[in-house]
Write a protein that binds this ligand. Structure first.
Ligand SMILES: *[C@@H]1O[C@H](CO)[C@@H](O)[C@H](O)[C@H]1NC(C)=O
Ligand SMILES: *[C@@H]1O[C@H](CO)[C@@H](O)[C@H](O)[C@H]1NC(C)=O
Ligand SMILES: *[C@@H]1O[C@H](CO)[C@@H](O)[C@H](O)[C@H]1NC(C)=O
Ligand SMILES: *[C@@H]1O[C@H](CO)[C@@H](O)[C@H](O)[C@H]1NC(C)=O
Ligand SMILES: *[C@@H]1O[C@H](CO)[C@@H](O)[C@H](O)[C@H]1NC(C)=O
Ligand SMILES: *[C@@H]1O[C@H](CO)[C@@H](O)[C@H](O)[C@H]1NC(C)=O
Ligand SMILES: *[C@@H]1O[C@H](CO)[C@@H](O)[C@H](O)[C@H]1NC(C)=O
Ligand SMILES: *[C@@H]1O[C@H](CO)[C@@H](O)[C@H](O)[C@H]1NC(C)=O
Length: 877
C-alpha cells in the first residue's frame, strides 16, 4: 500500500528515534532530543473525573470515600499489574490488605471465562451480531458476566468493537460484531449492560484502529515498531469512534487501549485518542487499561491518560515495571502530579463501585489461569506459594439455553429452494471434518489454535475452554434417529476421488454415500482465523484468503455433482468465496452458522429441522469481488520502521464500499431468509419537537486530590520483613536512590521531557462536542421517529429484522448507512411495527474545522427494508 504524503510527513519525526535504535522504554525520561514529537496532536492535561458524570455520581462518592483513605503506594497498587503469571488471573492488580481489598482480577475473554474449567463457551460476537436481537445480546452479556463473577473475576476483557472489521480477512473480526458502527455500537452497549448488571466491569476493546494482526507488535519480519493506523478525523468520528461512544453511553467501566499506533503514536500513550477523544469528548469516567505489554513508557503514558497497566511488567516476567515503584517515585518527585494518580485510583474504584461491588461482596478468585491442577503455585511465574489454586467451580447455570438460542438465531439462511426445514428424510449424509470432533478433543489445541474438527470457536486469547462441544454430527445423528431416518457421517474431507489417478487417493466413501437414492447431503465447511500470536496453516492471525479451508469448495462440488439435495453449512469467522457453487441448483440450501460456541450442533439441528425459524441476517457483505474493500497489509511497507496503514477509504468499508463501487455482492449486509415471508408497508416519519443544537461550553472543576503523601523517599522502601516473590511487581523502593529505582542516571524534571500543560490541574474548557456520556447530550436528542409495518405473509411463525438506513445526501456520504433496526416476532398473518428514533447524531456529519457534529443542508432520505439492498420503503425527512 502506498504511503501517503501525510504519513511520510508525520513519520519523519518518528524515524529518528526508531532509527537511532532507542528502545521504547528509554523514551520515558531520557534526553528530549531522542523523543519522538508525538505526531498525533497533543491533548493535555489528562481529563480528571467529573463528580457529576451522568450515571457515575454515586460511584464517584463511594470511590472518593475509599480512595481518600489510601496511601500513595496503595493507589499505585491499584494501577499496576503484579506481573505476567504472577497471580491467578491473566491480569491482577496489587491489593490493599489494610482495608481488606483483594485487588482486581482482569480475565479474558469476550466469549466467556478463559483458561478455566466448567464454564460456557458462548457464541462469538459475529454470531451474536447476526441475531440483531438486543434482548439476546443483553442476555448473553448477563450470563457471561455471571460466570466471571462466580469465578472471582472483577473485569471481563470484552466486548469488542475494535477491530470493527475494516478488511474481511482481519484475524480478530469475529470477536467483534460487524463492520458497521451502528450494529457494533448496539452489540457492545447491550453486552456491557448485561456484563455489568452481573457485577462485573466490562472492558470494551481495543482502542483504537486495531484492524489487523500482522505487525501489531514489533518483531515480525524484523519490523521494529507496531503498525500505524493513519485515520483522518472525520472517519475516526463517523466510523471507528462511534461504537465506543455507545459503549461509554452504556456506562462501560473500562476501555483497553491497543497495540497499534494511531498516526504514529502508540495507542496506550496517544494523548489525542485517550485524553482528547475518549475522556474529554466522549466523557469517559472509567479507567483505561493497557493491552498486555501495550504500555511502552511510564510518565508519558500516565500523562496521556492510561490508568492501569497490564500485566504490569515491562516485558513478560522482566520483574521491572514502568509503573509500580516508578510511579510511586514519579509522584514523589513531582513528575506525575498527585491529581493524576488520584484520578487513576478514582476511575478504577468508581468502575468497581458502579457495577455494585463492595468490600463485603468480593468473590475470591477460585481458579488458576496457568494450571488445571487442584494444587500448585499461587505465583506461577515464580513457582512459589504452593497451595490449592483451583476449586473447579461450575459456573454454567442454565446458560446453555441462551448460548443455544444465540447460536440458532445467529444462523443465517442464505439460500433455500424449499428443502428446509427438513422433514421425513429417508437418509441423512453428513459430510466434512467440520461436522465432527477434533481427534485431540475440543481443547486439543491451546487457545483453539488449529482448525481440526468442527469450528466451534476461532483462535486466540478471545476464546475459552470447552466444558463440552456438541458437534453437528452428534446432534444431527440423535435427531435423525429420532425421526426414523438412516444416518451416516464422513469426516474425512478427501475421500472424494472417483479415480485412482496420480492426484487421486482412490478413496470413494463420499461419492459412494451421497449418490445413494433418497439421500439428503449436508456438507459442513469452514474458514478460521484468530489472534496473531498463533499461526494456523500459514495464517498469522489474519486470513490469507477468503476461500474455504480443507478444500471445502472441492468437497461441495464433489457432493453436489452427485446429489441434488445438497445443503451447505458454513462455519466461518467472516465472509467466504461461494461463487463457484452457490448457484448450482443441486445446492439446495446454504446456512451460515458463524462461530457458534459449545452449543454448535444443537443450534444447527434446531435451524435445519425448523424448531427455530431462521431469523439471522448477515452482519457483513459476501462480496463476489473484494477488490474494492480495504486489504490487510501482509508485507512491511516502510522498511524496518512502523508499517503505515492509511485508511484512505474513509468510511467506505463493507457495504458502503460495495455500494459506492456498484458491485453487487452475492449476499449483502443485512440479508437473511426465513421459512416464512414478510411484506413491508406504510412508512411514516414523525418530526419530534427538539431544541436547537448547542455546542457544549463551560469548564471542568479543578483537578481534585484525595489524601496526601510524604516527600521522603525513605518512606517508600520495602518493609524490612518483606519477602519478595520473584518477578512480582510492587509499589515499594529497593533503595532510596532514585536513579536505582528509575533504572537510569539522568533523571529529568517533567518540564524537560513532557509537553506543556501536562501537569496543569486548573479547570479546563469543555469541548463543543463533549459534555456528557458519549459526547454532547444534544447529539442523542431524538429528532424523528420512523415507523413501518411488517406483516408475516407466510404460514409459519417467524421473526423479521426490519432495518432502517439513511442517506445523508452529501456527495461524500455513503449511499445508505444503517441507523436502526427492530426484530419483530410475528405469527402467520400478524403485523408488527418497526419504530426507529433518529437522533441528532444519526443525521450528522463530523466537521473537522469546528470539531463538532453538524447536520448538512443536503436532502436526507430514510429507507426501510429487509437488508442493505432490499429497501422496500422510503421517505424524505
Ligand atoms: C491523524 O491525522 C489526520 C490527518 O492529519 C487527522 O485528521 C486526525 O485528526 C489525526 N488523528 C489523530 C488521533 O491524531
Ligand atoms: C500491594 O499489593 C501486593 C499484592 O497484592 C500486596 O502484597 C501489598 O501488601 C500491597 N501493598 C500495599 C502498600 O498495600
Ligand atoms: C523503572 O522503569 C525503567 C524503564 O523506564 C526500568 O528500567 C526500571 O527497572 C523500572 N524500575 C522498576 C523498579 O521497575
Ligand atoms: C521522577 O521519577 C520518574 C519515574 O522513575 C523518572 O522518570 C523521572 O526522571 C524522575 N524525575 C526526577 C526529577 O527525579
Ligand atoms: C490438528 O491441527 C494441527 C495444526 O493445524 C495439525 O498439525 C494436525 O495434523 C491436526 N490433527 C488432526 C488429527 O487433524
Ligand atoms: C486459503 O487459505 C486456506 C487456509 O490456509 C487454505 O487451505 C487454502 O488453500 C487457501 N486458498 C487459496 C486459494 O490459496
Ligand atoms: C472432487 O475432489 C477432488 C479432490 O479431492 C477433485 O480433484 C475433483 O475435481 C472433485 N470433483 C469435482 C466434481 O469437483
Ligand atoms: C445434480 O445431481 C444429479 C444427481 O442427482 C446429477 O445427475 C446432476 O448432474 C447434478 N447437477 C449438477 C449441476 O451438478
Amino acid at each position: 500500500m502506498k504511503v501517503s504524503a501525510f504519513a511520510v510527513a508525520v513519520l519523519a519525526s518518528c524515524d529518528s528515534v526508531v532509527a537511532a535504535g532507542v528502545s521504547p522504554r528509554d523514551q520515558d525520561g531520557t534526553d528530549r532530543a531522542k523523543l519522538p514529537m508525538p505526531p498525533s496532536p497533543p491533548s493535555y492535561p489528562s481529563p480528571w473525573m467529573n463528580p457529576k458524570g451522568v450515571g457515575w455520581e454515586e460511584a464517584y462518592e463511594k470511590a472518593k470515600a475509599f480512595v481518600s483513605q489510601l496511601t500513595l503506594m496503595e493507589k499505585v497498587n491499584l494501577t499496576t499489574g503484579t506481573g505476567w503469571e504472577s497471580d491467578q488471573c491473566v491480569g491482577n492488580t496489587g491489593s490493599v490488605p489494610r482495608l481488606g481489598f483483594n485487588g482486581f482480577c482482569t480475565q479474558d475473554s469476550p466469549v466467556g471465562v478463559r483458561l478455566t474449567d466448567f464454564n460456557t463457551v458462548f457464541p462469538a460476537g459475529v454470531t451474536t451480531a447476526a441475531t440483531w436481537d438486543r434482548a439476546l445480546m443483553y442476555a448473553r452479556g448477563l450470563a457471561m458476566g455471571q460466570e466471571h463473577h462466580d469465578k472471582g473475576s472483577t473485569v471481563q476483557l470484552g466486548p469488542v468493537c475494535g477491530p470493527i472489521g475494516r478488511a474481511p480477512e482481519g484475524g480478530r473480526n469475529w470477536e467483534g460484531f460487524a463492520p458497521d458502527p451502528v450494529l457494533s455500537g448496539v452489540g457492545v452497549a447491550e453486552s456491557i449492560k448485561g456484563i455489568q448488571d452481573a457485577g462485573v466491569i466490562a472492558c470494551v476493546k481495543h482502542f483504537i484502529g486495531y484492524e489487523q494482526e500482522h505487525f501489531r507488535s514489533a518483531g515480525q519480519d524484523d519490523v521494529v515498531a507496531s503498525y500505524s493506523s493513519n485515520i483522518d478525523d472525520q472517519t475516526m468520528h463517523e466510523m471507528y469512534l462511534w461504537p465506543f461512544a455507545d459503549a461509554v453511553r452504556a456506562g462501560v467501566g473500562s476501555v483497553m487501549c491497543s497495540y497499534n499506533q494511531i498516526n504514529n503514536s502508540y495507542g496506550c500513550q496517544n494523548s489525542k485518542v485517550l485524553n482528547g477523544l475518549l475522556k474529554n469528548e466522549l466523557g469517559f469516567q472509567g479507567f483505561v487499561m493497557s493491552d498486555w505489554t501495550g504500555q511502552l513508557t511510564g510518565v508519558a503514558s500516565a500523562a496521556a491518560g492510561l490508568d492501569m497497566t497490564m500485566p504490569g511488567d515491562t516485558a513478560f516476567d522482566s520483574g521491572e515495571s514502568f509503573w509500580g515503584a516508578n510511579l510511586t517515585l514519579a509522584v514523589v518527585n513531582g513528575t506525575v502530579p498527585e491529581w493524576r494518580i488520584d484520578d487513576m485510583a478514582m476511575r478504577i474504584m468508581a468502575a468497581y463501585f458502579k457495577v455494585g461491588r463492595t468490600m463485603e461482596n468480593q468473590v475470591p478468585v477460585n481458579f488458576d489461569s496457568w494450571s488445571f491442577a487442584t494444587e500448585g503455585p499461587l505465583h506461577f511465574a515464580a513457582d512459589e506459594g504452593h497451595q490449592q489454586i483451583n476449586w473447579h467451580v461450575d459456573v454454567r447455570g442454565d446458560h446453555a439455553k441462551v448460548a443455544r438460542q444465540v447460536a440458532a438465531e445467529g444462523s443465517v439462511l442464505l439460500k433455500n429452494n424449499g428443502i428446509l426445514p427438513l422433514r421425513k428424510v429417508k437418509q441423512v449424509a453428513v459430510i466434512g471434518s467440520d461436522a465432527g470432533p477434533n481427534l485431540d478433543g475440543p481443547n486439543g489445541c491451546s487457545d483453539r489454535g488449529c482448525d481440526n474438527g468442527t469450528l466451534g470457536m476461532a483462535w486466540g486469547s478471545g476464546t475459552a475452554n470447552f466444558a463440552y462441544l456438541v458437534t453437528p454430527d452428534a446432534a444431527l445423528q440423535a435427531r435423525a434417529i429420532q425421526e426414523g431416518s438412516a444416518y451416516q457421517s464422513i469426516f474425512d474431507d478427501y475421500t472424494t476421488d472417483d479415480s485412482n489417478t496420480q492426484q487421486g487417493n482412490g478413496l470413494t466413501a463420499i461419492p459412494d454415500l451421497v449418490s445413494q437414492a433418497e439421500t439428503v447431503s449436508i456438507v459442513f465447511v469452514n474458514a478460521d482465523s484468530g489472534e496473531g500470536y498463533i499461526t494456523v496453516g500459514g495464517n498469522t492471525g489474519d486470513r490469507n484468503n477468503l476461500t474455504l479451508w480443507h478444500s471445502g469448495d472441492d468437497l461441495i462440488k464433489n457432493v453436489s455433482a452427485l446429489c441434488d439435495k445438497t445443503i451447505v453449512v458454513i462455519h466461518s469467522v467472516g465472509p467466504v468465496v461461494v461463487e463457484d457453487w452457490y448457484n448450482n441448483p443441486n445446492v439446495s440450501a446454504i446456512v451460515w452458522a458463524g462461530i457458534p460456541g459449545d452449543q454448535s450442533g444443537n443450534a444447527i439441528a434446531d435451524v435445519l429441522y425448523g424448531d427455530v425459524n431462521p431469523s439471522g441476517k448477515s452482519p457483513f457483505s459476501w462480496a463476489s469481488d473484494r477488490s474494492q474493500l480495504p486489504d490487510v497489509l501482509y508485507k512491511p511497507n516502510n522498511g524496518k520502521l512502523a508499517p503505515q496503514i492509511d485508511f484512505t477509504e474513509g468510511v467506505f468499508i463493507d457495504y458502503r464500499a460495495l455500494d459506492k463501487a456498484d458491485i453487487t455482492p452475492t449476499f449483502e449486509f443485512g440479508f437473511g431468509l426465513s421459512y416464512t415471508t414478510f411484506e413491508y408497508s406504510n412508512i411514516r416519519v414523525k418530526k419530534n419537537k427538539a431544541s436547537a443544537y448547542k455546542p457544549t461550553s463551560g469548564k471542568t472543576i479543578h483537578a481534585p486530590t484525595f489524601g496526601s503523601f510524604s516527600n521522603s523517599l525513605s518512606h517508600y522502601l520495602f518493609p524490612s520483613t518483606w519477602k519478595n516473590v520473584k518477578y512480582y511487581i510492587y509499589p515499594y523502593f529497593t533503595s532510596s536512590d532514585p536513579a536505582k529505582i528509575a533504572g537510569m542516571s539522568d533523571l529529568q524534571p517533567a518540564s524537560k521531557f513532557l509537553p506543556p500543560n501536562v501537569n496543569n490541574g486548573k479547570s479546563q474548557p469543555l469541548l463543543p462536542a463533549g459534555g456528557g456520556p458519549g459526547g454532547n447530550p444534544l447529539l442523542y436528542e431524538e429528532l424523528y421517529t420512523v415507523t413501518a409495518s411488517v406483516m408475516n405473509t407466510g404460514s409459519v411463525a417467524g421473526a423479521e429484522v426490519a432495518q432502517l438506513y439513511i442517506s445523508l445526501g452529501g456527495p461524500k456520504d455513503p449511499k445508505v448507512q444503517l441507523r436502526g433496526f427492530d426484530k419483530l416476532f410475528l405469527k402467520p398473518g400478524e403485523t408488527g411495527e418497526l419504530s426507529v428514533s433518529l437522533t441528532r447524531r444519526d443525521l450528522s456529519n463530523w466537521d473537522v474545522v469546528t470539531q463538532d457534529w453538524f447536520i448538512s443542508e443536503c436532502p436526507k432520505k430514510v429507507y426501510v427494508g429487509s437488508s442493505s439492498r432490499r429497501l422496500h420503503l422510503s421517505a424524505e425527512l
